[in-house]
Ligand binder design. Structure first.
Ligand code: GLC
Ligand code: CA
Length: 566
């Protein structure tokens, strides 16, 4: 079935992590006016939509993903007037703004929770999930995604509250209709201000199995809560309700973060006939290199796993839903270090190959700040230089408390897959602190900013930045890029990824070499067609022949246009 054409399918979305993007008032913390100063840079890159990680009032236990007031701006980021000006100027430049909606949980400093914890008969008590424990024991064995138990005992009323994430992030009780109505009202307030959509934080966790059964421990101290929280019993009903009461009234874009979502679930969340969301961020791809202790025990990259995952999702949503396409975000390491190569010889080339690969798929691509420069992972000298609560809690539990991992072993995981890799300041120039601020930033700058920075890349026509610019432009001018039907070839090849895209008389043949060696590709018969001309690539463009040798990390696209009959 042909996908329905619409603006958000033809858009490229750029994610900003405000804390690390640009500091306008020299306190070492990025802010809203800092974003405003860089709107021309973003417009020049050519992206259509900016997604802002949370900018709301927050005590920052999890960098803004713990919100204490949904209708106020975090002091460090500016004021509501600054926000309104940012929205206005962005719109004037043709850029839309998507807000992060974090409503699986709030901060424990949110007024609703402050009230809720006061007494069992407080009107806000049922805004959160309170349970009796057994003697001194939590209501069940669930572990938190940030280590330790998922329940916290509260002296005042002698009950426990659920927090799937940090203690300071109590889960909202979506079973309570008043909670849902309060959330919808808040969403409507933002949409009426003129924002262009929502990225919804862990939205597939909002409906919990109301029996709250113990989870599998897999030999660890805590049970897995995810099978009772992810894609829970009423999640689709809640999203349909949200869609009906709020989303359907506006011309906006929505994307749900959905860890643990299978393709079957995604067909429902992002199904074009389902009236829930436009698309979801899936995690199956992001988990392919996780080992025994998840991200703390990285596994070697396996291209075949990646290819199998693309095939499943591209085919599974074709004509019935829509994919989001991403390599990086604030929770993932830098893709060039992860599945490309950040060695000097290959960084630039592999960053371009990865960009080409992702942007040639069907779906809406997301670019995370700095990805368009080929920014890399960082290795801070010791654990003390890290800030992320996920890293620090896991370090305490796995290294200090249980001794399950040796320090050096754990740090390798941190270097390869931890979230702070993505959170170092944006590298604007080779000036002090990478031009992000004039004072020492809240988190260390990646020392490679002297070589990798926006100023230098803008000046260099052959840079990663300009390659992204071209990819974005091609998506805007050729419908085969967003909409084309996907087909994969040579599935068994360990090094090369080959696929085609077809739409209304245009056909693309994409080939990417994920290895550091040249690879000679002999095309299967089905691909041996006449009429392909080279279209875009990260090496000198070569003609399409029976056998083609791809250079290390080469990515290339050939195009074929159906000759119009006279
Ligand atoms: C999401 C966010 C992540 C945050 C977590 C809890 O996964 O992307 O940054 O820590 O939810 O809100
Ligand atoms: Ca600032």
């Amino acid at each position: 079935m042909k996908p329905m054409e619409t603006w958000w399918k033809e858009s490229v979305i750029y994610q900003i992590y405000p804390r690390s993007f640009n500091d306008s008032n020299d306190d070492g913390i990025g802010d809203l006016n800092g974003i405003r100063e860089r709107l021309d840079y973003l417009a020049d890159l050519g992206v259509d939509v900016l997604w802002l990680s949370p900018v709301y009032q927050s005590p920052n236990a999890d960098n803004g993903y713990d919100i204490s007031d949904y209708q106020a701006i975090m002091d460090e980021f500016g004021t509501m007037e600054d926000f309104d000006l940012l929205l206005k100027e962005a719109h004037e430049k043709g850029l839309k703004i998507v807000m992060d909606l974090v409503v699986n949980h709030t901060s424990d400093e949110h007024e609703w929770f402050v009230e809720s914890r006061k007494s069992k008969d407080n009107p806000y008590r049922d805004y959160y999930i309170w349970k009796d424990g057994k003697a001194d024991q939590a209501p069940n064995n669930w572990g938190s995604a940030f280590s330790g138990p998922a329940w916290k005992y509260d002296e005042q009323t002698g009950q426990w509250y659920l927090h799937i994430f940090a203690e300071k992030q109590p889960d909202l009780n979506w079973e309570n209709e008043r909670v849902r109505q309060s959330v919808y009202k808040m969403m409507t307030w933002w949409l009426d201000k003129g924002i262009d959509g929502f990225r919804m934080d862990v939205i597939n966790l909002i409906s919990k199995d109301q029996a709250f059964p113990d989870g599998e421990t897999h030999g660890g101290a805590y049970g897995n809560s995810m099978e009772f929280c992810c894609n829970g019993p009423r999640v689709h009903a809640y999203l349909k309700e949200m869609n009906k009461e709020v989303l359907s009234k506006y011309d906006i874009v929505t994307v749900g973060e959905a860890p643990g979502a299978t393709i079957e679930e995604a067909q429902r969340y992002a199904g074009s006939e389902e009236n829930e969301l436009n698309m979801v961020f899936q995690f199956e791809m992001m988990d392919i290199d996780h080992g025994k202790y998840g991200k703390w025990s990285p596994m070697p990259f396996d291209l075949k796993k990646m290819k199998a995952n693309f095939k499943k999702w591209q085919e599974g949503l074709d004509g019935r839903g829509w994919n989001s396409l991403y390599w990086d975000n604030h929770d993932q390491p830098r893709i060039v270090s992860r599945w490309g190569s950040d060695k000097k010889a290959w960084r630039k080339k592999s960053a371009k190959m990865l960009a080409l690969c992702l942007h040639m798929h069907q779906g809406t691509p997301y670019i995370y700040q700095g990805e368009e420069l080929g920014m890399t992972n960082v290795r801070f000298p010791s654990i003390d230089a890290y800030h992320d609560i996920e890293i620090l809690n896991a370090y305490r539990e796995l290294v200090k408390e249980t001794g399950a991992m040796r320090e050096e072993e754990f740090m390798e995981g941190v270097y390869k897959l931890s979230r702070d890799n993505a959170r170092t300041p944006m590298q604007w120039s080779d000036e002090a602190y990478a031009g992000f601020s004039s004072v020492e930033p809240w988190i260390g700058v990646n020392p490679n900013y002297t070589e990798i920075n926006a100023k230098q890349e803008i000046a260099d026509p052959d840079s990663v930045f300009h390659f992204y610019q071209r990819l974005i432009a091609l998506r805007h001018t050729n419908k085969v890029v967003p909409y084309g039907t996907y087909r994969q070839y040579m599935e068994e090849d360990d090094n090369v990824y080959v696929f085609t895209r077809e739409y209304e008389g245009q056909k693309l043949l994409v080939a990417c070499n994920f290895s550091e060696q040249p690879q000679t590709v002999e095309w299967p018969d089905a691909l041996l067609e006449e009429g392909y001309t080279p279209w875009i690539g990260n090496d000198s463009l070569k003609p399409f022949e029976k056998a083609v040798t791809l250079t290390p990390y080469e990515g290339i696209v050939w195009i074929k246009e159906e000759t119009k009959k006279a």
